[in-house]
Design a protein around this ligand. Sequence first.
Ligand code: SAH
Ligand code: SF4
Ligand code: F3S
Length: 485
Amino acid sequence: MQDLIKDLDILSEEKKQENCEVFKTSPEQNTGKQRKLYVESYGCQMNFSDSEIVTSIMQKEGFDTTSDYESADVILLNTCSIRDKAEQTVRKRLSQFNQIKKTKPEVTVGVLGCMAERLKSKLLEEEKIVDLVAGPDAYRDLPNLVKQVDEGQRSVNTFLSREETYADISPVRLNSNGVTAFISIMRGCDNMCSFCVVPFTRGRERSRDPYSIVDEARHLFEQGYREVTLLGQNVDSYKWSPEVNNKARLERTTVSEVINFAKLLEMVALVSPDLRVRFSTSHPKDITDEVLHTMKKYENICKYIHLPAQSGNTRVLELMNRTYSREWYINRVDAIRTILGEDCGISSDMIAGFCTETEEEHTETLTLMDYVKYDFSYMFYYSERPGTLAAKKYEDDIPLDIKKRRLKEIIEKQQQISLERNQRDIGKVFKVLVEGTSRKSEDDLQGRNSANKVIVFPKQNFKKGEYVHVLVKDCTAATLIGEAV
Ligand code: SAH
Ligand code: SF4
Ligand code: F3S
């Protein structure tokens, strides 16, 4: 879900902890509209995707986007609460915007996303410059909230919905390479991992109408996009049926169908064999063999699974309320390897130093990594979040220096495994979807193979959006280096 930082070189420990610093801003847009909107987004892909919905809503209200916040009439910060650092970053940013307010008091500053939902109207008291607070399910109300601010009030809407999926809103693609795009297929989360704020900030899990998802994928394909990533906190629990989700559609269909994630994947894969399909995030407790078999059946469903383990120790997993054991997790990995083979990419999220974690239990995270051989991981040390089950039930008792040392060991382990996994690709030929020019050299192109590995190769006459077969000749821990064949 944090693909954005994925293809930067493997991040150092400090950088990694700072990954909430990574943000995206709205691009410059000039369609002659009256007012300018600046959107800055933090956190996961879900948030970046939401900012595209927000932009769509605001465009209809007469706003063009700008990449320069100093020239904006409305500044919106789409925020993340996942770790304390993420919130601190936003607060720092707000104090920078304070300077603008001094010279331009008429500018509206709004906070959206998870931090808005977590703190609600408290944000108005804590951050004096904030005029508007809107939670993740309140974006349709933004025009109205902005109007209230125009009329001199401060406005808040943090109502969480059981139905909202923004299914009918066409996102305005921001920072797009024109080749790859994200499609939200569900919102919220019904799991209650004890460390996690997401169920509180995003509300109940709900699945989006599959036909609107397929339409969006088809539309993207027609516009030249060649890859879509289906997004949800737990895509494997995607479930939609006309009875439950859409009475109106039920009247038009004769068969009562229940569409699960495997079926949805198939529907999107059938849009075109030239449209790659990815998805994130898979929950180890829910990923089924049916999904794995569907992945195998369609060449265009990418052979890559983000399967966050969080810890390699069963007792810690229990405290985390992940509802699977080490053995269960290993069984799922074995199923992936059996059905999809050794080349299928697998990545993880890991948390170091969760409450009461012992040295031996930490070591089990390292041995799980050795067993699975992850291609990549997002690695964090535990950050207690107010209101979560862990904050209520357990003491955050691992000292920071120990958390950091354990995290460092996890990162070093991952770096070594990433390098090994990349080295075994030397000599192989992969079908690569070209996403653009390489970050490091104008003469090279960059794309990814099915397993989600970044491959760089000499440009020749190839173009963005094309599929190219590339022979891998060299690698680093983060990138494969090759030549077209
Ligand atoms: N739905 C996804 C995760 C979304 S949050 C899943 O279940 O895997 C992304 C990652 O942030 C999590 O996987 C976890 O590794 C990390 N994370 C969440 N809460 C955290 C906390 N309190 N401290 C440290 N890392 C946390
Ligand atoms: Fe958070 Fe767990 Fe839901 Fe992921 S599955 S968003 S970690 S509660
Ligand atoms: Fe995403 Fe951060 Fe919210 S990771 S769901 S933006 S808390």
